[in-house]
Ligand binder design. Sequence first.
Ligand code: GLN
Ligand code: ZN
Length: 748
Amino acid sequence: MGIIVGFPRIGEHRELKKSLESFWSNKISEKDLEQSAKELRSKHWSYQKNFEYVSVNDFSLYDNMLDLAYMLGAIPQRFRKFEGLELYFGMARGIKDSVACEMTKWFNTNYHYVVPELSAKDNYNINITKIQNEYKEAKSLGYRPKINLIGLFTFVSLSKIVDDSSFENVFENVKNAYFKLLDNLKSLDSSILIQFEEPIFARGEDKRFYSKIKDVYNQIAKKGFKTIVTTYFEHSTEATEILSQSDIDGIGLDFLYGDKNLTSLETIAKSGKTLYAGVIDGRNIWIADIDAKLELLQKISSKIPKDKIILSSSCSLLHTPFSKDSETKMNAQALSWLSFAKEKIQELELLESLFKNGINPSNEEKYKQNKAINDDRKKSSKIGDVNVQEKLKKPLKTNREVAFKERIKLQHKELNYPLLPTTTIGSFPQTPELRALRQNFKKEQISIEEYEKGIKHYINECVAFQEEIGLDVLVHGEPERNDMVEYFGEQLKGFVFSENGWVQSYGSRCVKPPIIYADVSRPSPMTIKWATYAQSLTKKIVKGMLTGPVTILNWSFVRDDIPRSEVCKQIALGIADEIDDLQNANIKIIQVDEAAFKEGYPLRKENIKTYEKWALECFKISTSIAKPQTQIHTHMCYSEFNDIIKTIEDLDADVISIETARSGNELLKIFAQVGYSHEVGPGVYDIHSPRIPTQEEIIHQIKLLLEVLPKEQLWINPDCGLKTRKWEEVKPSLKNLVLATKHIRENA
Ligand code: GLN
Ligand code: ZN
């Protein structure tokens, strides 16, 4: 029978989120938290009961990388005075004066892991209690557990080396601890299956460790475990070659996001190893096309004997919502096209039965049902939109009419902003009252008049505050937006929204990505009303705020029947229409946020060019409609531009604001090195922390910036939107930002 690589842990109704947050605010005890976790595990295993194995240790109170660091005893110095959950959550969230470990995206997903901090000098202390408990729990419920464990190579590669230790030495040090952990696990059972997750192998060859793979896995296999090594998110043909020659029992591959894995089949066949074939999509939410899957399996089984193939999800189901059971409002037809984690397990069972036994009375009905739904989706008249397709057939404008050098002059004349212009990234604090206002309106508990009055009131205050402290370019504050993607998705055609389709982003935080199911278009203006209202309140310039096409795409579940690049182009056309309406409504600066531009980068170098080409093109389709005098800004939530600086320059945005505050000026040098000529607003303080930066600190920061970039090119702004902050923090921080800038202008 099949297996899954892992199940979502947050719970059908986000029970884990609720328990965690209650625990953090001291409303429930550690015992209560454990009890709630235990109930979730047992429920999640019950769905896997028809599989030969259920996944153990895929569960986590926060994150699996953190779990492994904790189990190995890889605890950064500053946390060593704590213990137990205080220590564990401390590493994730910070505790007292010990700053949290960094968090970063898990490959190209929107899931974040806690980055372990390693040194070759550390002495590790193994603690396998977590796996031990979960293993015993599963057994006592009558299941056969399979232990999921992040592989040594992935763990070390994704960690941060905190001192001058070499990768080599750190690797050896962690390896010894990792092996000890495995030795301790042996006491659990006479025969144990471990699925080692090594997505790092999907990135391609890595000189730091490729020569070690065979030896490490041979040593692990020798310990007597049944050993599977699984990769996902891309092909891992190079590693498969090596692993095939090792003594492990099975190899898990993702055939959906890494179709090149098909070229490894002969190698695997020759090795006689079992193939765990990832054929059910762990990252997207469309119902499986069982016929297409059977065809894929046909290809696989033409090279590998059927009894050596075990069907699996392409990766952990962590990246999909729990189940469709709690969707009550979505259009029934659209809902029928979807499959969330619980449904994916059923698909896997059906596929397995068809693949192994052919059509028979036990599976025929479900098979027909699946076929009918897929037919319905393929033929549905709701998906295609002739107007959109016609527009896309025509040549699209992808360049501004006037080159930057010339148009920036026109803009300076038109906009007349001072040297070192000050601005913000767009959103202002989202207060509980504001959230309540939007929710009450959504639930139809208040009238549209009351709602709009509330929004206007917020904008009035925002604009008044910005004028009062003397910012140069103002914003309306985004009070009408719950989320920078959902807000646009809700107004574009081609999107649907789930009620409960939550996916864990980090810790207790979940996101509910919009679902793009059809051709996208913009039936009517989305932001004009509030942008023009804000502009009517002031003589200063108010920036219009949009989310860019690439970010809308990367933060949604995207239809899989046409290429992502096509979907992105459709969104881009919608954004272009919006920009045109904004400039015609006399909005002179328009910001197109591309917070997730970088996130969409492919894992393998050879695919980067293609992505960059269409992502860039889409951004430019959106923005090329701007008149020369209309100034286009963009904002990106990161600072590591070294690899992508050329593409960033090619976006041809007049001004880009970026997130440098946390990473220092080193990273900015690249702008100077390539001779980046457009204007840049590197964040001068970190909005992710509640700390209020002093005027002196900001002065210091601006001076550092001036060492790298000429003053004519610089904008002064915080490093991201302010929506997660409180007014008490934002007000003094921005005041200091303006004063610091004035000080520099007067003294420089
Ligand atoms: N304009 C958005 C805001 O300020 C940008 C946020 C982002 O890029 N993450 O909230
Ligand atoms: Zn940002």
